[in-house]
Write a protein that binds this ligand. Structure first.
Ligand code: CP3
Length: 329
């Protein structure tokens, strides 16, 4: 494999000197791109695209061909793990993801086993295929849901505002809840390590729902499980560091904790000020974010102005440490 032509993202994540602030965007491949909608219509569904290494490669490359981005992100979904565990995933119009067999009774929970990576080999095939297609232009990011965020969908069976089924189990049956978290830690660590072996050059852990927890429960169940995942990841591959990004949506109150679990970078939503967070974590980790995605609805002048504010809020970047992104997908 020839050396990366653009390694600005990897350098920024490791807080090494960079010529400019690198950019990638959560959900950079997706429905806003006409070429994505065309391929989705042809292939029939989102899951059909995600399951096919060839289609996933094509979709991953779409935004990279169109925009001057500093990274590609694997086209897939965080719900591949529970799907491979046999929970029966489908996407319903107007509802979003739905699991046919959620984990709602003791017997089902006790039977849960760490995911068989063989069932996710299509993801690793996509990673290798994307690396070939990128031919070292920009790095490829792999990703997974966090153990807690995956547990949310696995228990609730679908998206939710308050996750009451999840929280009832967490408070009333911590033994069952902890079993699910432990199985997810094993699964997420093995899945991310496999993505790294297949060629992912950095990885992001999406903790989309960690912010719904109390401080105590966040630390006990979300933060600690991400720390255990990161501890098990290979630090290097192909002679290069593989940076880890953790992104807890709504995690602004706990940035100091998030900066201390072994990740190289913390992703931030738009609710926090980059300059305040930078001070709070004393440059111990790189920061990623955090333009409010709603700004994109306001037209080019406002987008430019608000994007500039994000850069100014972080401050000087010659020492790396900032990756521009949206505050959410
Ligand atoms: O960022 C990227 O471009 C990489 C691809 C990616 C997708 N999903 C593609 C996708 C990533 C990283 C995800 C992660 C994901 N999936 C998360 C965490 C990310 C976050 O923003 O916090 C979550 C919670 C999911 C679960 C999921 N998948 C939901 C809630 C939905 C929306 C369902 C709907 O009806 O809109 C999806 C589907 C999905 N994942 C789409 C894409 C491009 C849309 C599929 C389509 O309709 O074409």
């Amino acid at each position: 494999m020839k050396p990366l032509m653009n390694d600005v993202l990897l350098r920024a994540l490791l807080r090494q000197p960079v010529p400019y602030t690198p950019v990638w965007l959560m959900r950079q491949a997706g429905r806003f791109l006409p070429e994505y909608r065309a391929l989705r219509a042809k292939s029939g569904s989102f899951l059909a695209m995600a399951h096919s290494p060839d289609l996933a490669t094509e979709v991953t490359l779409q935004p990279v061909e169109r925009f001057n981005l500093d990274a590609a992100i694997l086209f897939s979904d965080i719900l591949t793990i529970p799907e491979a565990m046999g929970l029966g995933l489908r996407f319903e119009n107007g509802v979003g993801p739905v699991f046919e067999k959620p984990l709602q009774d003791e017997k089902t929970v006790r039977m849960l086993q760490p995911v068989d990576l063989e069932k996710l080999s299509y993801v690793m095939d996509a990673v290798s295929s994307i690396r070939r297609a990128l031919s070292s232009r920009v790095p490829l990011l792999g990703f997974s849901g966090s153990p807690f965020t995956l547990a949310c969908y696995m228990i609730e069976g679908r998206g939710s505002r308050n996750w009451l089924t999840v929280k009832r189990m967490m408070y009333a049956r911590p033994d069952l809840f902890e079993h699910i978290i432990n199985v997810n830690v094993d699964s997420v660590a093995a899945y991310l390590a496999a993505q790294i072996s297949a060629g992912a050059q950095a990885v992001q852990i999406f903790d989309t729902w960690g912010g719904c927890l109390s401080a105590e429960m966040f630390r006990r169940y979300s933060l600690e499980s991400m720390r255990r995942v990161i501890e098990r990841l290979p630090k290097e591959h192909e002679g290069r560091r593989v940076p880890v990004i953790v992104f807890t949506k709504g995690g602004g109150l706990w940035v100091r904790d998030l900066a201390g679990i072994g990740a190289d970078a913390v992703g931030l939503d738009w609710c926090v000020s980059l300059s305040e967070v930078r001070k709070a974590v004393s440059d111990k980790v790189a920061l990623q974010g955090n333009l409010d995605p709603a700004v994109l609805l306001a037209g080019e002048t406002v987008v430019r102005q608000e994007a500039r504010k994000v850069l100014e809020s972080y401050g000087p970047v010659d020492g790396g440490g900032h990756v521009f992104n949206l505050g959410h997908g």
